[in-house]
Write a protein that binds this ligand. Structure first.
Ligand code: HEC
Length: 126
């Protein structure tokens, strides 16, 4: 009885692991819920999307516009070319690297969502 139980447990665990492996491929990225009143910080949340691991700054380092290096990113982006405060979802810094966008380098959905929310909050240098 004891052994049978163990085997049963093993089978269940194995089946669970196998199915969760398969399942991983099918789960679309979930965007974490965000409190809309919580202000997004450009320096602490938006900037790292560009700079950490040279995600964008590998290329956008002064030779390619927009310059997304830490010291230049805000002033490079602070133009109507990249930010549309009237229709935030049309902002080029949001649409171009969006997962559905034209850029070959793309944001994750979570990153895109954060950029959009930052623009909706007025694209502040905070
Ligand atoms: C491998 C190099 C490379 C990386 C990495 C890269 N880009 Fe680019 N990006 C380019 C090049 C080259 C262009 C201009 C050609 C084009 O439009 O594709 C460009 C264009 C853009 C544009 C449009 C510029 C304009 O004025 O029209 C935006 C916005 C942009 N990139 C944002 C990003 C962001 C945000 C990231 C990081 C998520 C990123 N890029 C990562 C090379 C890169």
């Amino acid at each position: 009885m004891k052994i049978k139980l163990k085997i049963l447990l093993l089978v269940i665990v194995a089946a669970f692991m196998a199915s969760s492996c398969l399942y991983d491929w099918e789960i679309p990225e979930e965007i974490p819920d965000r409190d809309p009143d919580q202000e997004i910080s450009f320096s602490e949340e938006v900037l790292p999307i560009f700079t950490s691991g040279n995600n964008c700054t590998a290329c956008h380092n002064g030779s390619q516009i927009p310059d997304l290096r830490e010291e230049n990113a805000f002033s490079s982006l602070n133009s109507t070319r990249y930010i549309n405060k009237t229709s935030p979802e049309e902002s080029r810094i949001y649409t171009y690297p969006h997962p559905d966008g034209e850029h070959y380098k793309k944001y994750t959905l979570t990153q895109a969502d954060l950029i959009l929310a930052w623009i909706e909050q007025g694209a502040k240098n905070n």
